[in-house]
Design a protein around this ligand. Structure first.
Ligand code: SF4
Length: 448
């Protein structure tokens, strides 16, 4: 169990110097226990204490980093069974399986498709993460060619699926700096695989035919110095995959059973040959604890919903998605362009900005920080009232960008118009539409 604030406090210097950004050591200990601070913020904690605290506060599912650069990602680090208890920490990585049995043209087509699958949604880029390169041909030459091609054409994180450790070693010479995930250590080859993982500092998949053997294998791998482990329990069906994932998570979180305290990898591509079923399985396993999902193919109509489902599951339910406060220019505005105001709840921002863009009217959008709350909720919480909006508009610099003094506020904030005219002397407060869909028509009739 993670140490409490009081337990952590006992290890701190208790000088209350404030250098960590909070006034007292007790406040810092409480923040640390709540996951709102990093131990490194206190410069006076000894190395020995750091080690003790890090060990005591390590999450029951180890965090494993995969890859480097823009496609690198983390898995694990989970502390709860259910999202509503706190949050899920690191979203499942999504991998595309690529066999060295494919022709070079087919491999190129898949790599090009992989690179093209990127979607922008509520300010985030949604994209797959990884290429799983599998040695099927039995030819080392073919496999090395595939690894080289994938490393050259794609910046994705890599997983090397190869049972021959000599070929794996050769592959790592091509792409070791990408810190690929190695697949897989078994009871038979664990010594050789552990050697390779240590030599190239790569995470390693531990694979066994049941959870008992898997736990034995991770104990052995850890004794060989391997810390970054991903679990594969080799389930043969979707039902077994789900059962194993839940059993592993329960063992790690509820029983604090360290040998199974690692993220898991699932292969929906191996348990069905039906693409729709594969996508359905993947979406269920995203919610039920998959660290990495390996898919046989990417198609926009199934990948996009999976990426969105993943994003929704892995956002913090206690923290609304928020956009940065400021002035947003839409359709190249000038000094006569209308100025609209709204809150910084991401969904509101993207809907309002989208309608403003659609109108083709050049305009400014003022986004006021409401801590991610929507207009009505922020208003009810006192974060979207005339006083705070007035202060924000004055400090925003919008007065220097337009010749007129007209501010359009959301229809749902109409009750603040009188107060705002008092706060913003010289400004005319106009009440905009309640529904975002009516924004284009409203903007088109605006006169400065
Ligand atoms: S920096 Fe360290 S010693 Fe200073 S108040 Fe923070 S926790 Fe205490």
């Amino acid at each position: 169990m993670s140490p409490t604030g009081i337990e952590i406090y006992k290890f701190l210097p208790r000088t209350n110097c404030g250098e960590c950004g909070v006034p007292t050591c007790l406040a810092f200990a409480m923040s640390l226990a709540g996951g709102r601070a990093e131990l490194s913020s206190c410069p006076y904690v000894s190395e020995e204490t750091k080690l003790k605290l890090e060990e005591a506060s390590a999450p029951p599912v180890r965090t494993v980093s995969i890859g480097t650069g823009i496609y690198s990602f983390k898995i694990g680090g989970e502390t709860v069974m259910h999202r509503h208890e706190k949050r899920f920490e690191h979203q499942s990585g999504i991998a595309l399986l690529l066999s060295d049995n494919l022709t070079e043209t087919e491999q190129n087509t898949k790599l090009t498709a992989f690179n093209s699958f990127q979607y922008k949604r509520v300010g985030a880029i949604l994209k797959p993460d990884m290429l799983a390169l599998r040695a099927d041909s039995g030819s080392s030459e073919k496999y090395l060619k595939l690894v080289k091609l994938a490393a050259e054409k794609c910046q994705a994180s890599l997983m090397l699926i190869c049972a021959n450790t000599t070929v794996l070693d050769e592959s790592l010479k091509i792409c070791a700096e990408r810190k690929p995930l190695l697949y897989a250590a078994t009871a038979e080859n664990s010594n050789e695989m552990a050697e390779l993982a240590k030599k190239y500092n790569c995470p390693l998949v531990a694979k066994a035919k049941n959870l008992t053997d898997l736990a034995e294998l991770t104990i052995k791998l850890q004794s060989l110095g391997i810390k970054d482990i991903v679990l594969d329990s080799s389930p043969a069906s979707f039902k077994q995959t789900l059962a194993d994932n839940i059993a592993i998570r329960r063992a790690a979180i509820l029983k604090k059973f360290r040998p199974l305290g690692f993220p898991v990898i699932n292969f929906p591509c191996l348990i069905t040959s039906d693409h729709m079923k594969e996508s359905l399985f993947a979406s269920i396993l995203t919610a039920k604890y998959a660290g990495i999902l390996v898919l046989s193919d990417f198609r926009g109509e199934t990948l996009f919903p999976l990426l969105v489902a993943r994003m929704n599951l892995y956002t913090d339910p206690q923290r609304p998605l928020a956009t940065t406060e400021g002035i947003y220019e839409i359709n190249n505005p000038d000094a006569n362009s209308p100025v609209m105001l709204t809150c910084n709840f991401s969904l509101t921002y993207f809907i309002v900005a989208g309608e403003m863009e659609t109108s083709r009217v050049p305009c400014y959008l003022l986004i006021k920080d409401t801590e991610g709350l929507s207009v009505m909720t922020a208003w009810a919480a006192g974060k979207f009232g005339a006083d705070t909006i007035g202060k924000f508009v004055k400090n925003s610099g919008i007065a220097g960008k337009v010749n007129h003094r007209k501010l359009i506020i959301p229809g749902y904030a109409s009750m603040e118009s009188g107060g705002l005219e008092e706060e913003l002397s010289g400004w005319e407060i106009m009440v905009g539409p309640r529904e975002a869909a009516h924004i284009p028509a409203y903007l088109k009739q605006f006169k400065p």
